[in-house]
Design a protein around this ligand. Structure first.
Ligand code: HGY
Ligand code: MN
Ligand code: MN
Length: 417
């Protein structure tokens, strides 16, 4: 087994993660860097400054994904399939410091080390930063655009978590809708992709293992269900004569865990957002909109979850004498990851004396959009107490360094070094 030829500059990577962790930090203790927010824009500017400082070239595609490479190889990328690595800088509302940030900045650090040492590789290595991974507008937006593309009509229909239209936000940020609709990756331009990420669950910590070699990524579905009733006076309308949209939405939300349990013990369903109109304590709710996020490692079961959610919403609406609108996004299929890349990751971990285990991902990642097109792998490092998507999200600096070094070794091997 070949010994590692290079290591990351851990103090520099830790300083980067710490600096980025200050952008969007809120009083509640977490980080609000939802995509296209002022904090997300600041983070992108900060990232671009790090690329410039390192003398790297950056290309921005039509949806704002950033593709970073050494200037020496930038011109050759079209001719030589590249090895990509990266993740995202955006966060969920009041999220943590490591989700996405680790993979984006570790990839940049690996590229910096390869560039500054002048390591000659058969294939270019690129660091990637994907737009809107956390789905302020669409889950895994940047990689979905690359992998399957969005029509203009789909982009025009996208409404954000805060009720704003994607087109308005995107064009205000300088985006060009036609370019966004034309964004696609040429799979022939890629040799492989690898993403480093925190586990976001408890397995590695509980088992005392340093590196997770991801075997596959869960399938994702989601969208919104809107119950439509009638606004009336809260004091004068008898209980028997109400058409209360929120009461029906409440019954629907209570039914979600039952649906998951009925389908499979590996199914999960979450409602994380509720919006009630007109929104007054003394008005019976006319409309109640709830989000749904459902996941399963098998596509057939993702489809079964979607069908059960639709049936339940319709049945509850009928039971309460209401109308219902069901608006679900196209699901993102589960993605088995490349066995060859998994083997390389496990071997590179072993070469550094690190323990590793094969494990699935219950979180969604941009890698699952790339996986059907190009050999793709993911590396996990432990999350302290398994916490994620919350301010308490944390990973030790030792695990950050280990994961980044395994990523570097894996990239060098994939790039033919
Ligand atoms: O929601 C997810 O699984 C991911 O963090 N975007
Ligand atoms: Mn996340
Ligand atoms: Mn993530």
């Amino acid at each position: 087994m070949t010994a590692p030829v290079l290591s990351v500059n851990a103090p520099r990577l830790i300083a980067d993660l710490t600096d980025l962790g200050c952008i969007g930090r809120v009083e509640a203790g977490g980080i609000n860097r939802t995509s296209f927010s002022a904090a997300d824009t600041e983070a992108r500017g900060w990232y671009l400054a790090r690329c410039a400082e390192a003398g790297l070239s950056v290309r921005q595609d039509g949806v704002g994904n950033l593709i970073v490479s050494s200037p020496a190889v930038a011109a050759e990328i079209a001719a030589r399939p590249a090895v990509w690595s990266g993740s995202h800088l955006d966060t969920v509302p009041n999220g943590g410091q490591f989700d996405g940030a680790l993979g984006a900045l570790a990839a940049l650090e690996c590229l910096r080390r390869i560039h500054e040492e002048g390591i000659e590789l058969q294939r270019p290595v690129c660091a990637i930063m994907y737009t809107d991974e956390e789905g302020s507008y669409a889950h895994l937006l940047g990689s979905s655009a690359l992998a399957r593309g969005f029509s203009r009509a789909e982009l025009e229909a996208m409404v954000g978590r805060d009720g704003d239209r994607f087109v308005d936000t995107f064009t205000a940020a300088g985006g060009d809708l036609d370019a966004a609709a034309q964004t696609r990756i040429d799979p022939g331009a890629l040799h492989a992709t690898v993403e480093l990420h925190i586990e976001q669950g408890p397995t590695l910590e509980e088992q005392g293992i340093q590196i997770g070699v991801v075997s596959g990524i869960v399938g994702l579905g989601g969208g919104v269900v809107t119950f439509l009733g009638r606004a009336d006076h809260a004091g004068t309308t008898p209980m028997s004569q109400r058409r209360d949209a929120l009461v029906a939405a409440g019954a629907f939300v209570v039914a979600l865990p039952e649906i998951a349990a009925r389908i499979s013990d590996r199914a999960v369903i979450t409602c994380g957002m509720v919006s009630v109109r007109p929104g007054s304590a003394n008005v019976i709710p006319e409309s109640a909109q709830v989000s749904v996020d459902f996941r399963h490692p098998e596509q057939g079961q993702v489809e079964a979850l979607e069908a059960a959610i639709r049936d339940t919403a319709r049945n509850i609406a009928a039971q309460y004498g209401l109308q219902v609108g069901i608006d679900l996004e196209e699901s993102i299929p589960p993605a088995p990851l490349d066995r060859g890349v998994q083997k390389i990751i496990a071997a590179r971990a072993a070469a550094r004396g690190l323990s590793s285990v094969s494990m699935p991902s219950g979180a969604g990642h941009d890698s699952q959009n790339l996986a059907p097109l190009v050999p793709t792998g993911m590396i996990f490092v432990p999350s302290i107490e398994g916490r994620s998507h919350c301010p308490e999200e944390n990973t030790s600096w030792e695990d950050v360094e280990n994961g980044a070094n395994v990523l570097l070794d894996t990239l060098i091997q994939l790039a033919g070094g």
